[in-house]
Design a protein around this ligand. Structure first.
Ligand code: BG6
Length: 504
């Protein structure tokens, strides 16, 4: 396997090595990076977890994970043999100082063997209550001393609210420099999300239109058909606002609303995103009532199967007040966006799984055609489809062929499938590679996370103190509660949905 990687020799220590995230995302991503030649020539992966496993057993688990979850399909024997050479496992108690001494020894051994000082990436794919414990123990064991060579990757959730996020930031910044901390929001690694920046800032035709003079409103919808599955214990203490809006949806919003950065430098890009979060209008309790909607799914039928209500899911409180759906109308109070509503919604057990951003432009100032000519009149829309369809479509009016003048809406489409033959990498591949390369552009900076928490706190607080009396208020396989329709309908708009199996 040739290596086109410019990354230096690297040791990954994966905390949560026996967990679901490692199985589904991290392991397949590392393997695909290896297949595509992005792994450094010298690398080692040390998985760690409480379970007692031999190196062999751990490797076999990883192989099964790759066979099940990798976008490149089942591993080929020779490729797997090469990749797996560097994989070992260490059963550990992360609270025990001995654990870290063992890591220290392994790092030393590898450095001696490789005749170098390798980069060490501590990947925390564990429950958030372990973040401070692991970080502090790394510091005590002097495993985070080298500011150039050591990095820490922190999975979400980063804090449970503003205070806990601040505490965690403070603790981490006492141990690591900001440039060593890689806070993951996996949406930032998605190919289509990265492309929003390219689309906006590598084309000159967008910028003149990209403001309140031409854009009427923006919608960001991330809808999922899945319920909470096995994650009831985590989710019931979280809810849609914490789980999706505080991070993924607000980051999507930042991509749409940010000012052009001066360069593609990590801090420059992140500064512009923080500007957006700071410009967003703060909610008063009254705004929460008028501009934020919550929902919780009841039972229903999905693809012919009856599914349980949220409150009947495993490890969920039968009286739970946790929202599985949220829709919010935000404003960005600056010159570019004054008066333009940004509607965001997300939810589980909805009719369709899709992530779509719709930008609706203002209507023409004067209609020169007779009303009957404009059969299906619709203002111009730009639809950025993040997943599962990966496309950008501009909806415009066109004359239908024929001797009479009839207008209808047509799509000008850029779709990934039709344009590129190569498979897009998974978000985790991009993010892990960037961690190796030391590029933080697609990671959340400490102040970015705090600004996002600051924005959602008034909504969280209001919802927590005022229990919802009508939960469950939407049935599985619907588009969420009626109040979410009303939220946008009051302003004269509808939620945009992509037709299923859109043909280009
Ligand atoms: C995670 C949330 O961050 O994102 C999950 O915790 C959610 O609840 C998931 O299902 C959605 O990610 P994706 O990549 O499947 O859209």
């Amino acid at each position: 396997m040739s290596s086109n990687s410019t990354s230096e020799p690297t040791i990954f220590i994966i905390f949560g090595g026996t967990g679901d995230l490692n199985a589904r995302k991290i392991t397949p991503a590392l393997y695909n990076l290896f297949l595509d030649g992005w792994m450094p020539k010298q690398f080692a992966i040390i998985g760690t977890g409480r379970t007692q496993l031999t190196d062999e057993q751990f490797r076999n688990n990883m192989l099964e994970d790759i066979n099940q979850f990798s976008r490149s399909g089942k591993a080929k024997a020779d490729q797997w043999a090469n990749f797996s050479k560097g994989i070992t496992y260490q059963a550990s108690d992360v609270k025990d100082a001995e654990t870290y001494k063992e890591f220290g020894k392994k790092i030393e051994q590898l450095n001696t063997e490789w005749k170098t000082q390798a980069n060490v990436i501590y990947y925390l794919a564990v429950s958030p209550n372990l973040f401070p414990i692991i970080a502090s123990n790394l510091a005590k064991a002097k495993l985070a001393e080298d500011k150039d060579k050591t990095r820490i990757v922190i999975e979400k959730p980063f804090g449970h609210d503003l205070d806990t996020a601040r505490e965690l930031n403070q603790l981490l910044s006492g141990i690591f420099n900001e440039c060593q901390i890689y806070r993951i929001d996996h949406y930032l690694g998605k190919e289509t999300v990265q492309n929003i920046m390219a689309f906006r800032f590598a084309n000159s035709i967008m910028e003149p239109l990209w403001n309140r003079n031409y854009i009427e409103h923006v919608q960001i919808s991330v809808t999922e058909q899945l319920g909470v599955e096995e994650r009831g214990d985590y989710y019931d203490g979280s809810g849609a606002l914490r789980d999706m809006i505080q991070n993924h949806l607000l980051q999507l919003l930042c991509h749409i609303a940010m000012e052009p950065p001066v360069s593609f430098n990590a801090d420059e890009v992140r500064d512009r995103k923080v500007d957006v979060l700071r410009a967003m209008r703060k909610f008063t309790p009254d705004d929460v009532r008028t501009s934020a909607v919550r929902g919780q799914y009841g039972t229903g039928w999905m693809k012919g199967v009856e599914v349980p209500a949220y409150r009947d899911e495993p490890k969920v409180d039968p009286q739970s007040n946790t929202e599985t759906f949220a829709a919010i109308k935000f404003f960005v109070d600056n010159w570019r966006w004054q008066g333009v509503p940004f509607y965001v919604r997300t939810g589980k057990r909805l009719h369709q799984s899709s992530s779509v951003i719709a930008i609706q432009f203002k209507d023409v100032p004067h209609l020169i055609f007779p009303t009957e000519a404009a059969e299906s009149w619709q203002q111009n829309r730009l639809i950025i489809s993040i997943q599962p369809e990966m496309s950008i479509r501009l909806q415009v009016q066109a004359k239908r062929p024929g001797i009479d003048m009839v207008l209808n809406v047509v799509d000008m489409v850029f779709d990934y499938k039709g344009t590129y033959t190569q498979q897009a990498p998974e978000a985790y591949e991009t993010l892990i590679l960037d961690t190796m390369l030391g590029d933080q552009t697609l990671f959340m900076r400490g102040d970015q996370v705090e600004a996002a928490w600051q924005l959602v706190m008034p909504i969280l607080n209001t919802w927590q103190h005022k229990k919802s009396l009508n939960f469950p208020n939407y049935s599985a396989d619907s588009w969420g509660p009626e109040s979410a329709e009303a939220l946008i309908a009051r302003d004269g708009f509808n939620w945009f949905t992509l037709p299923v199996n859109t043909k280009n």
